[in-house]
Design a protein around this ligand. Structure first.
Ligand code: ATP
Length: 392
């Protein structure tokens, strides 16, 4: 007899409009500053994860995009949470109904079925990203969000653990806590008084009690602040530069910045929260010029922090810089107020008012001599193709 508990979940990358960069604490994954981002729920930016808990295998299996993938230390931490908190309760549940069995069949509990040895249950994780992995398009955010939510389902963890979803997802990847929700999602950073203490202390190290860490952990969770309808006037496009893996992974990059950049401290204390408040206000007032101004400003400040890091980190390349210049030139000529934002990678994410989408895409297509449309997200390709056909 082979036992299976299976669940599937889909998520998409959440691209920060106000960036997360730097951890207050490496173990609990508490962010230095709050961040807010938009979940790009489209088919060409999607993670689909299926997890099976079964007694069929001797060990955990993890397939990412069809290839065996190592089970990282972070993933082990996540799995331990479920083994500690949920496995015993799952063992008391009845064995799932097999095909052809009726509700009245006398069923054993999972624990009885496995002769009391729940450790026979092993996970098979299969995940596929419909977009490049580890190239700065937030695959880790999307991937770890899908994985965490799936695990909550597989282990039948109840609603009282709702806040834990954020806590668990961020153990895998900070921004994954934002990817759990749709729309605009804010992930709260640690309060100012803690930042000040940290930055004033020697080597930026502060001692807190476990209780304080637990409190901060519950505070630093992600929440949807605006649902998708707030963006109905906007199109969001990705113009990807290349699909190679980046040289400096985000995790080590932000650690270097936290240890060496003075600008990062300034940003965490003075600007990130101001940018977030401004972005939310601009969205509520549908003030897309202001939204574009703030989103650009925040992206550029984040990359300035990278440059202020020792050794400096360069995520933007010539393509990215040309795109930035191009958008500003477009502003002076036509006032389309396109918002651009660049994560830890060279790809541009553009927020464009729907009235201007076709013109903006057309202009980008011509200016960047895009002959391989695969660098554009699918929706952008469709829009552009339609526009070009209607002109013929
Ligand atoms: P960034 O977050 O900086 O924009 P990124 O997420 O594309 O970029 P990394 O931060 O380097 O890149 O993270 C990539 C790692 O995330 C992968 O090597 C893998 O371990 C993990 N990952 C990516 N996709 C998935 C997935 N679908 N399921 C589980 N883990 C994933």
């Amino acid at each position: 007899d082979i036992l299976k508990v299976k669940t599937t979940y889909e998520t998409s990358p959440n691209i920060a409009l106000v960036k997360y960069w730097g951890k207050f604490d490496e173990e609990y994954i508490l962010p230095l500053n709050s961040s807010t981002g938009i979940t790009l729920s489209t088919e060409d930016l999607q993670t689909r994860t299926t997890i099976t808990l079964t007694n069929k295998y001797k060990d955990i299996k993890f397939l990412l995009n069809g290839q065996p993938h190592p089970v990282s230390g972070r993933l082990k931490k996540i799995l331990k949470f479920f083994e500690d908190k949920a496995l015993a309760a799952l063992g008391e549940e009845l064995v799932p109904l097999q095909e052809g069995e009726s509700q009245d069949t006398k069923r054993k509990t999972l624990k009885e079925f496995l002769n009391g040895d729940l450790s026979q249950l092993k996970l098979k994780i299969k995940s596929v990203n419909s977009f490049p992995t580890a190239s700065g398009l937030a695959s880790s955010a999307s991937g770890l969000a899908a994985l965490s939510v799936c695990l909550f389902d597989v282990y039948h963890m109840k609603e009282e653990y709702e806040f834990q979803r954020s806590v668990i997802a961020r153990l895998g990847s900070g921004s994954a806590s934002r990817s759990i929700y749709g729309g605009l999602v804010e992930w709260t950073g640690v309060p100012h008084q803690y930042l000040q203490k940290k930055f004033e202390s020697k080597n930026n190290e502060i001692q807190l009690s476990e209780q304080e860490y637990e409190q901060l952990s519950k505070l630093c969770i992600a929440k949807q602040t605006h649902n998708e309808t707030f963006f109905e006037d906007l199109d969001v496009f990705v113009v990807a530069y290349s699909f190679e893996s980046k040289e400096v992974p985000s995790t080590s990059g932000m650690l270097q910045s936290t240890q060496t950049s003075e600008l990062l401290k300034y940003r965490a204390l003075n600007t990130a929260h101001v940018h977030i408040a401004g972005v939310k206000k601009a969205i509520e007032e549908k003030n897309y010029n202001e939204l574009a101004r703030l989103v650009r400003l925040d992206s550029n400040q984040f990359h300035a922090v990278c440059l202020d890091t020792t050794p400096p980190i360069f995520y933007l390349n010539d393509f990215s810089k040309n795109m930035i210049n191009f958008i500003h030139q477009l502003d002076s000529a036509l006032e389309y107020h396109v918002a651009y934002t660049f994560d830890a990678g060279p790809h541009a994410v553009l927020l464009v008012h729907k009235n201007h989408t076709t013109q903006v895409l057309r202009a980008i297509y011509e200016a960047f001599s895009i002959n391989d449309m695969s660098s554009l997200s699918q929706r952008a390709q469709q829009t552009l193709k339609q526009a070009m056909q209607s002109e013929l």
